[in-house]
Write a protein that binds this ligand. Structure first.
Ligand code: NGQ
Ligand code: ZN
Length: 456
C-alpha cells in the first residue's frame, strides 16, 4: 500500500486540505482522509484533482496534425480533410502506430489526461489484407499505452460501408474495412487474452450510422454484450450536416433520432460529437443515460459546428471531452474551447455555469470527470474508494496559478495556464509525469521522431 499526501485536493464534492490518499498494490484507491497516517509514501504540494478522462482518440492522426491546414478555401471541408487522412493512413506500418500512439499518450499525460478511449479502426495491412495476427494493430496500441502508462479503453471499430446506402467500403478504406465477425472476433480475443489489468478495458465501436447498417449495429452490440454484458459502445454521430442530410434522404430520420429508434442505447453508450441534434434528440440521449463525447478543438478544425454544451448542461446530460484528431492535446484547452465558442455565439461571458456552480472551469471539469467511468468502462474520473488512483497536481508556482486559491486555481488552469501548469501525474498509483516531464519522455520522443522520418 502507498499513501500520497496532497496539500490540497479538489473533488466535485469539495476541497480537502491536506488529503491523504491510500492506494492498494492494484492501483485502486482504498481511502481518502484528512487524518495524517503514520507513514506517507510521497508528498505533493499544489492543487490535486482526478486526472481527466479522454473519451475519444484516433492516435495515428497526431502524426498528421498541422499538415492539413492549406487549401483553396471554397473546396475544403471535412470531406476533403478525410481524403488527406486516408492517404496518410496508407503509409503507416505497425511499428509506426506503436511509436506515434506511445508519444501521443506521453503528451496526453503531460497535459493532464490519465485515461483514453482509443477508437481504433486501422486494422489491416497497407494492401487491406488481414495481418497474420488479426489483432496486430490493436496490440500495438496496447503496447503504446503500457509504455506511456496511460489507462486505456480500446475500442475495435466496425467500418463496413462507405455511406448510408453504399454496398461496401471504398478502396481508400481498405485498411479498416471490416465485418461484424472480424470485429467481434477481435474483441473476443483481446478480451480473453489480456490478463486482468485495472489499466485496460475493451469495448466496441460501430463507426457511425454511415459506415454500419442497423442490422450490423445490432449484431455487433448483441455479440459483444454476450461476451461482456456491460461493454462500452462508442459511435460517431451527427458530426457533419451532410451526415444529417444523407440520413434523412436514406431513411427519413436524423442520425440520433434513427439511433434512438432502432438501437438499445443505454448508459454504456458514448455518442461522439452529437453536434447536430434537436431538442427531442437531446432529451432522448439524456433519458437513455448515454454520455456525449464533445471534441471541440477537432470539431472547430473540421468545421463541424458548435457543441451542444449548454443544452447538455441544462438537461443534466452526461458529457465529457475527447481530443479526437489531436490538433490539440490539452484538456484545459478543450474545456476552454467549449466555453469560448458559446461566448462568441451568444456575445456573453461565463455561460457554462450557474448560480450554484459559478466557476466555469469547475462546472466543466466536474462533467468531464463524471463522464469517465460510464464512457470508458473503468472506475476513473473520481478519487474515492474503489476508483483508480489517477490524479494530477497543478504547479503552485506557475505564474498564472501562484497566490491564487481554490476555484480560482481551476479557472486559471483552464483559461490561462493550460498544460504548462500540470506538474505531476499519477496513474494507478504510479507517478508517470514529474516536474512536467514524462518519466520516459526522451526515449518515446526519439522513437516518434524515427517513425515520423519514415512516414512524412
Ligand atoms: C474518423 N473522423 O473516423 O477518423 C473520422 C473520419 C470517417 C471524424 N469523424 C472517417 N472526425 O468519418 O469516415
Ligand atoms: Zn472520431
Amino acid at each position: 500500500m502507498k499513501v500520497f499526501e496532497l496539500s490540497q485536493l479538489w473533488r466535485p464534492e469539495g476541497w480537502l486540505a491536506p488529503a491523504f490518499v491510500s492506494v492498494g498494490a492494484d492501483g485502486v484507491v482504498l481511502g481518502v482522509t484528512s487524518q495524517a497516517p503514520a507513514e506517507v509514501s510521497e508528498r505533493f504540494a499544489g492543487v490535486a484533482l482526478a486526472g481527466i478522462p479522454n473519451l475519444h482518440s484516433h492516435a495515428f492522426q497526431r502524426a498528421m496534425a498541422g499538415l492539413t491546414e492549406r487549401g483553396s478555401s471554397s473546396e475544403d471541408s471535412f470531406w476533403s480533410w478525410r481524403e488527406v487522412m486516408y492517404r496518410f493512413v496508407d503509409r503507416l506500418e505497425p511499428e509506426h502506430i506503436e511509436a506515434i500512439a506511445a508519444w501521443l499518450y506521453v503528451e496526453m499525460l503531460e497535459a493532464g489526461y490519465t485515461s483514453v478511449a482509443e477508437f481504433h479502426y486501422l486494422h489491416h495491412d497497407p494492401r487491406g489484407a488481414v495481418y497474420a495476427d488479426p489483432a496486430q494493430m490493436s496490440r500495438r496500441i496496447l503496447a503504446a499505452a503500457e509504455h506511456a502508462g496511460i489507462g486505456l479503453t480500446l475500442l475495435p471499430v466496425l467500418y463496413a460501408r462507405s455511406g448510408f446506402d453504399a454496398p461496401a467500403t471504398l478502396p481508400s478504406q481498405r485498411r479498416f474495412a471490416s465485418d461484424v465477425d472480424f470485429v467481434l472476433g477481435l474483441f473476443e480475443s483481446l478480451h480473453s487474452s489480456q490478463p486482468k489489468s485495472g489499466q485496460v478495458r475493451f469495448g466496441v465501436a460501430p463507426h457511425s450510422l454511415r459506415a454500419v447498417s442497423l442490422p450490423q449495429f445490432a449484431a455487433l452490440v448483441d455479440g459483444a454484450r454476450a461476451i461482456a454484458p456491460d461493454v462500452p459502445v462508442h459511435v460517431h454521430i451527427a458530426e457533419q450536416l451532410r451526415e444529417v442530410e444523407d440520413s434523412l434522404a436514406s431513411s427519413g430520420q436524423r442520425p440520433v433520432e434513427r439511433l434512438l429508434a432502432h438501437v438499445d442505447v443505454d448508459a454504456h453508450f458514448c455518442l461522439v460529437h452529437a453536434t447536430h441534434v434537436t431538442a427531442p434528440e437531446l432529451d432522448g440521449i439524456v433519458t437513455r443515460g448515454a454520455t456525449v463525447a464533445l471534441c471541440p478543438t477537432t470539431e472547430a478544425n473540421l468545421g463541424d459546428g458548435p457543441a451542444p454544451v449548454l443544452e447538455l448542461l441544462a438537461r443534466s446530460g452526461a458529457f465529457g471531452i475527447g481530443s479526437d484528431s489531436h490538433v490539440c492535446v490539452c484538456p484545459a484547452q478543450e474545456l476552454r474551447s467549449l466555453e469560448y465558442v458559446q461566448r462568441l455565439l451568444l456575445r456573453r461571458r461565463n455561460v457554462s455555469c450557474s448560480a450554484e456552480e459559478p466557476s466555469v472551469a469547475r462546472t466543466l471539469i466536474s462533467r468531464a470527470l463524471a463522464a469517465g467511468a460510464p464512457a470508458l468502462g473503468r472506475p476513473v474520473g473520481a478519487l474515492t474508494p474503489g476508483s483508480r488512483a489517477d490524479f494530477i497536481v497543478l504547479d503552485p508556482n506557475h505564474p498564472a496559478l501562484m497566490e491564487r486559491a481554490r476555484d480560482d486555481v481551476l479557472d486559471a488552469w483552464v483559461f490561462v495556464a493550460g498544460s504548462a501548469a500540470v506538474r505531476d501525474v499519477v496513474v494507478g498509483g504510479h507517478a508517470v509525469v514529474r516536474g512536467g516531464r514524462h518519466v520516459r519522455r526522451d526515449e518515446l520522443l526519439s522513437r516518434y521522431r524515427a517513425a515520423l522520418r519514415q512516414v512524412l
